[in-house]
Design a protein around this ligand. Structure first.
Ligand code: ASP
Length: 504
């Protein structure tokens, strides 16, 4: 019998890609010690791999020491090099005393250094395959959100129905987000992960990631955020992928279409309907490459970050993951069962691919097309509902992100030994709802918006440095909760409108 990989259902293939990718990444782990130094000799670029060193020094004009590093400082070396100005780089000499040699031995000297990096392994080199997969999904997201929301809003008939359905959807989104935050706050107060880190670990974490965040924090202001929902130029919003602006624009067009004469409105609606249909077709094609994309993404993540960083922050990560599981399998599962009449097993079976894609891409936006397809085909939510509820949800409903922001804020406060009372925790709840709404559905934005939450209770923003290392991994987990939350609400809305089909 001939073996064919294609004989397995797609979600098994994706799962296999995930597991094999993790193993592959663990096997070809990027070393925590090796450094690749690229430098120029007579205008020609050369490179050398330094496996280990006793001491490494950045010096200016050969003699003035800028910074000295020890054997464990791989990350600090890379970051310090990046932060040097162009002029400093030009005058820099890197003096390396290889491991095992006496202090008195003359160090190796490198000049005209062009770059200092970790040594890439094959697990990291294949990452572009995964990046292409994410980009394929992302490029569908914006035309899909625009077209399906326009058609979704227009097909509801009149503004009162849009208002009614919109109100119901918003209320349910608020309910799931608030529940997620509450569960997160309960967990983090019970487990108190911030009290469990040793002072040495804390010191190391602060040192390693400190420089990274300074550049990552944009100025954030809540009022501006609300004002910003209205684009001054919707075409710009589309071009730069401003999700909230796009949602607002699409809803306004959809609603206005219901007020225009039928002869004029019909072709416009038909056009956007065709566009959204085409985008969904594209997903089917793109998803056949998912196992390879997923393999590459996971291999690169595990290869680059390993599991070590998780070890140090294991209490924090475990608190959040436990909270997410409780919310997704407990609360959302219960809503689906009690309200929509969908058994928990069926819900998760129907959303298998959605969860896998959410996990690996860390992007609700990229997962949206897969989610729409799964809700329609597996859970019996008609297109009329998915096309309105899901694009809206992908943008504003982020249960996982909201919970994460609350847990992270309290965790950081615990580390800094700040006592947060009930009033502060309520303030966290409120700002986490807003911050999660403002979080763009792409990887890694949750941590930037976390700043709003930290500011609301005066927890030091530098605390973000502590959790930056594990963020990639937790981003994957919280995105799963984000997309399952959207799907669950879609089934509830369909049920309440009496249009939920019973798919076996
Ligand atoms: N990656 C998340 C999402 O797209 C957002 C975040 O929490 O960073 O749903």
């Amino acid at each position: 019998m001939k073996f064919s990989w294609k004989a397995f259902p797609l979600h098994h293939q994706i799962l296999a890609g995930l597991v094999l990718g993790a193993i592959f990444g663990a096997l070809f782990n990027v070393s925590k010690y090796e450094l690749e130094i690229r430098y120029a000799v007579d205008g020609k670029e050369e490179s050398v791999v330094v496996p280990q060193w006793e001491k490494l020094v950045f010096a200016k004009a050969d003699t003035v020491v800028i910074e000295t590093f020890g054997a464990e400082d791989q990350l600090r070396i890379i970051q310090s090099f990046r932060r040097l100005s162009k002029e400093d780089k030009a005058r820099l000499s890197v003096l390396v005393t290889p491991a095992g040699t006496a202090e008195s031995t003359r160090p190796q000297k490198f000049e005209n250094v062009r770059g200092i990096e970790k040594v890439k392994t094959v697990a990291v080199i294949i990452k572009p395959v995964g990046t292409i997969f994410i980009r394929l999904l992302m490029f569908i997201a914006i035309p899909l959100v625009l077209s399906s929301l326009i058609v979704g809003a227009a097909s509801l008939g009149d503004i009162r129905r849009v208002g009614k359905l919109g109100g119901k959807t918003l209320a349910l989104y608020l309910l799931t987000t608030t529940s997620a935050i509450t569960i997160g706050l309960l967990m983090v107060n019970l487990i108190q992960p911030g009290m469990r880190l040793s002072p040495e670990v804390l010191e190391k974490l602060k040192l390693e990631f400190q420089p990274d965040i300074q550049s990552a924090i944009p100025p954030i202001n809540l009022i501006d955020m609300i004002v910003n929902i209205v684009a001054t130029n919707p075409i710009n919003a589309l071009a730069s992928g401003e999700m909230l602006q796009i949602v607002f624009f699409a809803l306004m067009i959809g609603v206005s279409l219901t007020m225009v004469a039928e002869v004029k409105a019909a072709p416009v609606i038909r056009f956007f309907d065709g566009l959204s249909e085409t985008m969904i077709k594209m997903v089917g094609m793109i998803m056949t490459t998912a196992p390879y994309g997923v393999f590459a993404l996971i291999a690169a993540t595990v290869g680059e970050f390993g599991f070590d960083i998780l070890e140090t922050l294991v209490w924090y990560a475990a608190t959040l993951v436990l909270g997410l599981i409780l919310h997704v399998a407990g609360f959302l599962g219960m809503l689906a069962k009690l309200y929509s009449g969908i058994p928990i097993r069926k819900l998760f079976r129907g959303l298998r691919e959605v969860m896998l894609v959410g996990f690996t891409t860390s992007s609700s936006g990229a997962t949206l097309p897969v989610n729409m397809k799964a809700c329609e085909n597996n859970l019996g939510v008609p297109k009329k509902i998915t096309s309105f509820v899901l694009p809206l949800g992908a943008t504003i409903n982020m249960d996982g992100t909201a919970m994460y922001q609350a847990v992270a804020a309290v965790f950081i406060a615990q580390v800094y030994q700040m006592d947060l009372g009930l009033a502060e925790q309520l303030s966290i709840l409120l700002t986490a709802v807003l911050a999660s709404i403002g979080t763009a559905p792409v990887p890694g934005v949750g941590i930037v918006m976390l700043i709003i939450v930290l500011r609301s209770v005066n927890v030091p923003e530098e605390g973000i440095a502590l959790i930056l290392g594990v963020d990639r991994l937790l981003d994957m987990c919280r995105t799963v909760a984000n997309v399952v939350g959207d799907a669950t609400v879609a089934t509830m809305i369909a049920k309440s409108e009496g249009v939920l089909e019973n798919k076996a």
